[in-house]
Design a protein around this ligand. Structure first.
Ligand code: ATP
Length: 475
């Protein structure tokens, strides 16, 4: 699927010297920007901008006919979204200051330094995509809609927090920045990674690698490949998965398990899009979009010295967090229906009817394995069931006498989905707990007078007295 039709990042170089245009174009191509337009006639720039969408312009200030100094304010006025970097032959502070006042994003002194050119264009592109994301986010805030619901078709949810994740992913779909997905095991991180790829409109493949348990050699060899003779047994050069993901998406799962050396290599890949195949001194470039996932608490790992701070901050650019299933109980009936249908279809049975109390019973269970655990539970029940109505036995065996999710140890009042009783008790209370609470509140209101407290509670003084005695009696 090619869900987005965003153009790739496009640069326009304007200079009357063809040699400079060609030199800069080659440098930018090498750095990974392949969509570079050039124009040597300044009189044609404004009409070109009417026809073509451009993100960044590198504009020479001294040109015949119309100078860059004259052109700059017109570009800024007519196309305020474009970032303009001016290039000037002399380091004339006054001209530079004037250009910045007119709205230039940055400036460069000629002859153009390649590193400076690349850094400046990179920053301008980042600013441009941030501005795009901001305006898209504003529009999502006002219209609760998804432009590409088909990208999320496999993810069953009606939950608000999940929908906000989808909207955010649509906003950042066009950027090539890495995306980090966090969430407990089984919350659907891999499904989200796939959706990011589908939304990106990239023509290349989606390639996934679970890095858990890989030592640095295996990590480097699997991801970056090796040159011939790099180690005993490396009889042929071999490309790594990063090559297979060229022009597409590389999904690295369980990055919280990476060791120190591999973290350094991952950081270089994220920051510079560069890597070395094992045994090679020649650096290679990658244009794969990188999506990462972890179910570990990376900040806690930093405190323990197990995860690099700089890598963490690099991962923070675009980040989504998937809530655990116990915090989106509204998804349980939908998922139950989905998994019943899926399991029945797989074994060629008719979809069984769930007993009405089943969905409620499932909301009481904390699901430490999240959606994956629920799917396994439902599949197992469908396999075992024989009559038209699904038996509760399989569920009872696993869930047993589970107390509501929060009591079962999650400790989160959110798991009651903002039920007012949960606000008071910190979990969904039992009848006994509610009774005790009401009696003690009524006694407080009645300043210890049992007759009055009984009236408040709608019971006689003697009944209240009995209940008070039974509450204080040892269990
Ligand atoms: N919202 C959902 N709708 C349908 N299926 C889902 C949903 N969320 C998760 N699943 C299913 O649950 C299983 C686990 O999902 P997934 O592998 O994406 O989780 P994960 O967060 O990547 O887990 P882990 O951290 O263990 O790698 C998969 O079979 C997936 O299809």
């Amino acid at each position: 699927m090619n869900a987005t039709n965003k153009h790739s990042q496009r640069i326009l170089l304007v200079d009357d010297e063809e040699q400079i245009l060609e030199g800069c174009r080659a440098c930018l191509n090498n750095a990974g920007w392949h969509d570079v337009l050039t124009e040597s006639d300044s009189r044609l720039v404004l009409s070109l901008l009417e026809r073509e969408e451009v993100d960044v312009i590198v504009l020479d200030l001294r040109m015949p006919n119309i100078t860059g100094v004259e052109l700059l304010p017109q570009i800024v006025k007519q196309h305020p979204q474009i970032k303009v970097i001016v290039s000037t032959a002399n380091n004339d502070v006054e001209t530079v200051v004037n250009c910045m006042k007119e709205g230039a994003y940055d400036y460069m002194v000629k002859p153009i330094d390649v590193k400076r050119l690349i850094t400046s264009v990179k920053k301008a592109m980042e600013m441009r995509s941030l501005a795009n994301e901001l305006s898209a986010l504003k529009s999502y805030m006002f219209h609760d809609r998804l432009e590409h619901p088909e990208a999320f078709a496999g993810i069953v949810t009606g939950n608000k927090a999940m929908r906000a994740v989808f909207q955010y992913l649509e906003v950042i779909a066009g950027t090539r920045q890495p995306v980090t997905i966090t969430g407990e095991t089984g919350t659907g991180k891999e499904l989200i990674a796939r959706a990011i790829h589908d939304l990106s409109g990239c023509s290349g493949d989606y390639v996934a690698l679970n890095v858990a348990g890989l030592d640095d050699n295996m990590f480097s060899d699997t991801l970056f490949g090796h040159r011939k003779g790099a180690f005993t047994g490396a009889e042929q050069a071999r490309d790594g998965l990063i090559t297979r993901a060229a022009g597409g998406t590389l999904f690295l799962d369980e990055i919280g398990d990476l060791n120190e050396m591999s973290q350094i290599k991952l950081l270089r890949l994220l920051q510079e899009q560069e890597y070395y195949p094992v045994g090679s001194d020649f650096i290679k470039k990658s244009d794969a979009r990188i999506v990462l996932a972890t179910n570990r608490d990376l900040q806690e790992m930093i405190k323990q010295g197990k995860f690099r701070n700089d890598l963490y901050y690099r991962l923070c650019g675009h980040r989504v967090h998937l809530p655990p299933l116990r915090e989106r109980l509204d998804d349980i009936p939908l998922l139950l229906d989905h998994f019943l249908e899926k399991a029945a279809a797989r074994i060629g049975k008719k979809k069984p009817t769930p007993p009405p109390e089943l969905a409620v019973m499932l909301t009481l269970y904390p699901f430490p394995g999240n959606v994956r655990e629920m799917e396994a539970l439902v599949s197992d029940a469908v396999l075992r069931h024989t009559s038209g109505v699904l038996s509760m036995e399989t569920f009872k065996m696993v869930i047993g006498d589970q107390r509501p999710a929060a009591q079962a140890g999650s400790g989160s009042s959110k798991s009651c989905n903002d039920n007012p009783l949960c606000d008071i008790f910190g979990h969904f209370p039992t009848l006994d707990e509610v009774e005790q609470y009401m009696i003690s509140e009524a006694m407080k209101m009645a300043k210890g007078n049992q007759g009055l407290a009984g009236k408040i509670l709608g019971m006689g003084r003697q009944t209240l007295n009995k209940r008070l005695k039974s509450q204080s009696a040892p269990a």
